[in-house]
Design a protein around this ligand. Sequence first.
Ligand code: ZN
Ligand code: ZN
Length: 460
Amino acid sequence: MTPDHTDLWFLPLGGTGEIGMNLNLYGHDGDWLMVDCGVTFPKPGRISADGSVHHRGEPPVQMADPAFIADRRDRLAGLIITHAHEDHIGAVPYLWPLLQCPVYTSRFTAEILRRKLAEFDLLHRVPIIVVDTGERRQIGAFNVEWLALTHSIPDPNALMIRTGIGNIFHSGDWKLDDQPLVGHGYSPKTFTDLAEEGVDAMVCDSTNATVAGHSISEAALHAGLLAAVQSATGRVVVTCFGSNIARLHTLGLIARATGRYMGLLGRSLINMSAAARAAGIWDSADRLINPGHLGYLPRHEVLAVATGSQGEPRTALRRLALGNHPDFELEAGDTVIFSARAIPGNEEAIDALIARLRALGVTVITAEDSPVPIHASGHPARDELEAMYQWVRPRVAIPVHGEAEHMDAHAEIARRTGVGKTLVGRNGDLFMIRPVPGMRRQVVETGRLGWDRQALVRVD
Ligand SMILES: [Zn+2]
Ligand SMILES: [Zn+2]
């Protein structure tokens, strides 16, 4: 199966019909382009209430089976990583040896990727090409432009993929955040310009297509987080997703405003902050204190940011809850703030963690019970999707990054805003954008690989 010069194809192997393990292929004139290469974590219920991990015998890290493209890797012109979330970047160290192509990405994402590759001894084998927002690159038969959009991590990019016979707008993960706090913002003109030129298909994030309204801006969380920290008298521990550098920036401001010193607990947070510093996007990172000093400070001068918002075992917050963290111990009167949502399936583990903290006499504030927002989603709600369709005006809408329910809701929004054709499918379906828009079901066998004891194994 090879696209000729009259074909323009989209072929998702992961992330369409599910949330996680994104792996997208575009095909034209004999060449393939891969966009994103992420992991997923096994099905809900994966962490039990006692913190032990249940995989039903499955490996803990899983990814899309790339067999289709690995078999044709001589025609794979490159891999683009849109941003550094695990569901987009996490499988690169596992799958790159099967692909062996150059990797194109933004500065911050490249920093994260290098750290991952180093752990697999691949750092000096993988060609990484850093691309700035606004730049274009010719990658095989595809001319790709990196476009500024906003998300819940620094340096996310949407892509305009141009070929001689048609153009595709690939959104990546996004929201419309007018005050993203770190990194680049976005401009509606970027997208209305695409409409002028003509967009044949828009391949777009469906995660929050069932959510009404507009996502909350990162900047709008300052008031709620400040109030929560101000009301605390003892130590404050905030748990959030480590990749959200904007959230760390806000917490840094709040620490200074409330006379507290901020330190980071947990490997992924320290990794992310180092990458943000190296990429030059978090200038106040140098005001962090060594977490080893937190235990020696008066309690009211401590603001620790900790990994473990999902109740995962061996993370900083869980160790604090169990009283076996090396840096300090939580006591009655301390406060723990969850500036994160519960990923479906983790509720039980989170509830157990909260119960444990409350048993210590710790005050717990969650995003669900806070009267003002202390967490914001990184994905577009309905109003944002509508705005984007009105700007880009694609001929065909292809919802991805969601389960069937999200993609159907997304397609409905596209139709309502005047898009003539919507194609809703799933992994392994071939979406034909040119010569005639349409879809062929299950033309490629898809599956899932897991990483088990240093080797890839077939999961299903
Ligand atoms: Zn993301
Ligand atoms: Zn994602």
